[in-house]
Design a protein around this ligand. Sequence first.
Ligand SMILES: *Cc1c(COP(=O)(O)O)cnc(C)c1O
Length: 349
Amino acid sequence: MGKRIDLRSDTVTQPTEQMRRLMAKAEVGDDVYGEDPTVRRLEELAADIFGKEAALFVTSGTQGNQVAIAAWAERGDEVIVEAESHVFYYEVAGISVIAGAQARPIAGRMGAMDPEEVRRAIRPRDIHQPRTGLICVENTHNRAGGTVLPIEILQATASVAREAGVPLHMDGARIWNAVVASGIDERTWASHVDSLQFCLSKGLGAPVGSVVVGSWSMIDRARVWRKRLGGGLRQAGVLAAPCIWALTNMVERLAEDHANAKLLAERLANMQGIAVKLDTVQTNIVLAELTDAHTTADAFIAELAKNGVLATAFGPRTVRFVTHKDVSQAEVETAVDRIHETIKEFGAA
Ligand SMILES: *Cc1c(COP(=O)(O)O)cnc(C)c1O
């Protein structure tokens, strides 16, 4: 059958040889005392790239979002979120458990909330109602298929937030994919939000780690929350070193992942039994809809795995494929053939 092709997620990417060498050599200290020079270097670099005052290295994207949310929202506040967003869908109710806040989900279009709906969702001052403590946006949007948040929508949402005096957080786990796909740089994206979280362990290929950027005071509060959650790491420079390498060397190559996703999407769109909304394929994610009513995503991905391609079920009949640095164009072509075989097996059954 040949090599297994893993399209479940860009989180499966392996650290490069260079990253491993840098890990071995990293200068380290106790980061809880603020004494790890490599973590500091990563945080300064991240703050500079995004044009923010400060940054905080965290264990994961989830931890980054949650410490950011808890840094802004108080217990009993309400947090406006997109209904399919990671912070609402995949963070195990962290908004309620950690910040002690209530989530107010608003359905978006291709992951983007209508700024006017956000405006209407902001609570008036009223003794019966919670205070709106934070608005969250996601870019790129995972469940919508890796879609880039249109910058005009972000700008309009930022004005709504500013007028109401509510902070705005961006879950930018895949902000690099948005940067490469849109040509809009990190500083421009970040200039519209008060805080932003990004992941180094996805498309950029570092083994572990995310960073939150924001103002000094926000990052100070987030640091306290990180400690409270057990995220105060000690000689974390061994983890930060490959992250610095990833930030400076791995961003531009994401264009290859985007080209591979487009190729995969176009091939799948031409197959009987599969539908793909090509307009959502803007970065490295492809959502494929199984059109045969008797084929579930779970059964399909189990069979596909036997044929040597791994994917993720993303709904009853939705399958997610993610392209990344460890899957070449030739492997994407092979994956297309194996997906085709699998579809035919289901048709025959
Ligand atoms: C992957 C992801 C995260 C964070 O995931 P971790 O596995 O906790 O690092 C956050 N938001 C979005 C949109 C993601 O895709």
